[in-house]
Ligand binder design. Structure first.
Ligand SMILES: NC(=O)c1ccc[n+]([C@@H]2O[C@H](COP(=O)([O-])OP(=O)(O)OC[C@H]3O[C@@H](n4cnc5c(N)ncnc54)[C@H](OP(=O)(O)O)[C@@H]3O)[C@@H](O)[C@H]2O)c1
Length: 251
């Protein structure tokens, strides 16, 4: 290999048992990247790894990862740093409970904040120095339109995603100096396990389309984007409703 040959890249998929994560892994592998599937359900991840490797010929590894086990994150990141290839990161783990259930059980509150916010901060804080040292790369995070405004029916989950979005703004500025892009994808409703059976969903997008958008938007180096795009309009309207009116809406 010549000195100028581009370095092999690895996409680390954090939350790879999600149908969006599986689709993303397949797409990234088709584009020539190696893949690391990270998550709690390693049986599921091993099945996905075998499938993606068979379809694409990519090298696909599985790493156990629990977003709420903060103490394990430093060793996890160190294992990632030992890989030969350059790292790109797709973070999409998350959890959502009904607001009423969380109101009645603080353990659900803790889990929501620990996974959606603190878990993301914890692992990204550990991966950031690796990306800075690398001097290039992409981070893309699947967040939610729920983080744009606190709604009566979903404000706990929304607050965790909103905090995550603010954290990502700062991380973006930090990593920009090192040539690493950070893309926040604020998704509307997706047809995944998280929303299975939930009432009141509309304009639901597929996991495949979402994965394609995440890969495309990060390749363009976009900072923040809504997926599907029309959520920008919906959220612009929602954010413009004055608080005295908004607090009376049961949404
Ligand atoms: N579905 C929607 O309408 C929608 C809309 C906007 C944003 N999002 C966001 O999109 C992302 C993907 O969600 P999804 O819709 O694909 O739902 P999903 O199928 O339930 O996926 C959630 C993923 O998070 C992982 N996860 C949960 N707790 C974890 C923990 N403690 N440690 C490691 N991984 C953990 C799950 O892994 P396990 O298999 O181990 O549980 C799973 O891979 C989430 O961040 C979600 O908030 C979803």
């Amino acid at each position: 290999m010549s000195d100028t040959a581009p370095r092999k890249r690895t996409w680390l998929v954090l939350g790879a048992s999600s149908s969006v994560g599986r689709a993303f892994a397949r797409l990234a592998a088709q584009q020539g990247a190696d893949i690391v599937l990270a998550g709690r359900d390693t049986d599921d991840l091993n099945r996905t790894a075998a499938d993606v490797a068979l379809r694409t010929g990519a090298s696909v590894d599985v790493m156990p990862f629990d977003a709420a086990d903060f103490d394990s994150h430093a060793a996890f990141a160190a294992d990632c740093a030992r890989r030969d290839s350059a790292l790109d990161v797709f973070l999409l783990f998350g959890t959502m409970h009904e607001q009423d259930d969380s109101d009645a059980d603080f353990d659900l509150v803790r889990q929501t904040v620990n996974v959606n916010y603190l878990g993301a901060v914890s692992i990204l804080d550990r991966l950031a120095p690796i990306l800075e040292e690398q001097g290039d790369g992409r981070v893309v995070v699947l967040s939610s339109v729920a983080g744009d405004r606190g709604r009566r029916k979903n404000y706990l989950y929304g607050s965790a995603k909103g905090a995550l979005n603010l954290y990502l703004q700062g991380l973006r500025a930090r990593l920009f100096e090192a040539g690493v892009s950070v893309t926040t994808v604020k998704a509307g409703f997706l047809d995944t396990d998280m929303t299975f059976g939930l009432p009141g969903l509309f304009l639901v997008a597929s996991p495949q389309e979402c994965a394609e958008a995440c890969l495309r938007l990060s390749a363009k180096g976009r900072e923040t984007a809504y997926f599907p795009k029309f959520w920008f309009l919906i959220m612009t309207i929602i954010k413009s409703i004055p608080e005295p009116i908004f607090k009376r809406l049961s949404i």
